[in-house]
Design a protein around this ligand. Sequence first.
Ligand code: SF4
Length: 235
Amino acid sequence: MAERRDPFWDVVASFGVEEVFVLPEWIQQEVQQDSVSSPGIKGDMEALEKEIAGCMKCPLGATRKNIVFGEGNPESGILFVGEGPGANEDETGRPFVGRSGKLLDRIFASIGLDRSKLFIANIVKCRPPGNRTPSAEEAEICGRYLERQIEIMRPGIIVALGASAARTLLGTRKGIGLLRGELHRYMDTPVLATYHPAALLRSPALKRPVWEDMKRLKSFMEQTGLPRTEGETNG
Ligand code: SF4
């Protein structure tokens, strides 16, 4: 039986990736600074993951099965941040492994990325019961671990997936429809916000704006030399 074509690819096929996304001067300066990288990124991330094991600092610890620390290449300079683990992620301890994750992998592939060329994490590392949005308190407490992941990675770009991640990182109450389409900053790091893949599964019309955001990301990567290679991160 012929494989059913994912509508995402119809959207992809209707666009090129030639859009020019000119970086503001402040970002070019930050990226140059980021090329001076620290040694031991993987080791520092592994140490943090061990430190978090067994964490019960917020109420989500009581109901989780597994902590979802994040995965990928922390030396890549590209960090995707979602809201929190769902049921599949809670079962496996891995981020974005359900239907949303499969769609996200296809989105990555559309701009030449895969999980070996970026790092994926969430605002909270334990599953909120019933997949509810993490409370402000939970996001603040667990967000400190994400802050430390960002300090270790020193990413050249953060992509916030969905309103919850974007609002937490950017300290705003604005909706994702207002936040996407331009570069923001978290501390010194450029941030692109886009829709969460779960929202695309519910509303396929959102695939078009997400593809526009991915074209911006691709343009950003081309202009800043992301993803970083091992030599760049350890040099
Ligand atoms: S969500 Fe974060 S802070 Fe809360 S228990 Fe899990 S790891 Fe600890």
